[in-house]
Design a protein around this ligand. Structure first.
Ligand SMILES: C[S@@+](CC[C@H](N)C(=O)[O-])C[C@H]1O[C@@H](n2cnc3c(N)ncnc32)[C@H](O)[C@@H]1O
Length: 274
């Protein structure tokens, strides 16, 4: 494989692996690795790096300010409410409604195996796991920094049935059809290789098992689309291409036996049975 070439000042990266052949010119201080995918090589400051590393780096910064991130995800403080409203047009009530819809695939008193990917800081799901002492929960994330916050939370809450694995949703370290529920909150808009993520979450799920969660869909709220293009993408928080409601429904119906999708502004929530 040919190396990626980059000149620092005005970084020009030529991606020579055949899937991306355009030249990308980035402003100084931008990260050339934003444009790389697994397997690309980069002679950039002597470090070989991949697009996934870039995303890990982006979320590392968030891991350090987990309270701001958590506040926005939960509408938990006045600043969190303001941020959620500014980006998503979602206030506290609708925030609760979309999270309930996303987690609706997890029954009360559930006692089987559950994989959550990505867990992030665990702010949304550790409270749920407190109510499921008999479930066997595995939380996976690519970013050790985000996951460290989730681990600290689980320890603080005494959640001995929740374990953590650093890994890639595109190469899940689990057997075929071994898990009862796979839950993915706000993950697919961040994953760089979405096809691998859909394939892997499907592969590890048992027949009759449930795939549920939520993520951003484009084309529903122009303001949110603009924020994501101008703010989230350049920082590596979100990675295109994105689903629309129609493309998501079509995809899930092509894979799963039962599919329910509901949207709250630009957030699509789904519960599917394999
Ligand atoms: C927006 S956060 C969502 C976290 C959490 N589920 C929530 O809703 O708060 C996206 C997460 O995806 C993780 N991530 C990105 N690419 C990943 C990959 N290939 N495999 C696993 N996790 C990944 C990031 O590290 C980050 O923690």
């Amino acid at each position: 494989m040919l190396p990626v070439m980059c000149e620092i000042d005005h970084i020009t990266a030529r991606l020579a692996h055949g899937r991306l052949t355009r030249e990308h010119t980035l402003a100084q201080g931008g990260t050339v690795c934003d444009y790389l995918i697994e397997g690309d090589e980069c002679e950039h400051g002597g470090e070989a790096t991949t697009r996934k590393d870039s995303i890990r780096g982006a979320y590392k910064a968030l891991g350090g300010s987990a309270t701001v991130y958590d506040a926005m995800m939960t509408c938990g403080t006045p600043l969190g409410v303001a941020m959620s409203w500014a980006v998503w047009l979602i206030g506290p009530q609708e925030n609760t409604a979309y999270l309930e819809a996303a987690m609706a695939g997890v029954p009360e008193g559930f006692s089987g195996s559950l994989l959550e990917v990505p867990v992030g800081t665990g702010v949304l799901t550790m409270p749920l796991y407190q109510t499921l002492p008999d479930a066997r929960v595995t939380c996976l994330d690519y970013s050790p920094d985000m996951m460290a916050a989730a681990q600290a939370r689980a320890e603080r809450d005494g959640l001995s049935n929740v374990s953590f694995v650093q890994g890639d949703v595109g190469a899940l370290p689990f057997d075929d059809e071994s898990i009862d529920i796979v839950m993915s909150l706000n993950g697919f808009h961040a994953f760089p290789d979405k096809e691998a993520a859909y394939a892997e979450t499907f592969r590890v799920l048992k027949r009759g098992g449930t795939f549920c969660g939520c993520f951003y869909v484009q084309g529903e709220v122009p303001l949110t689309d603009a924020w994501i293009r101008r703010f989230h993408e350049p920082r590596g928080f979100f990675t295109p291409p994105y689903e629309t409601v129609a493309s998501l429904e079509e995809r899930l119906r092509g894979m799963y036996a039962q599919v329910h999708v509901e949207t709250h502004k630009a957030m699509a929530c789904f519960v599917c049975v394999k």
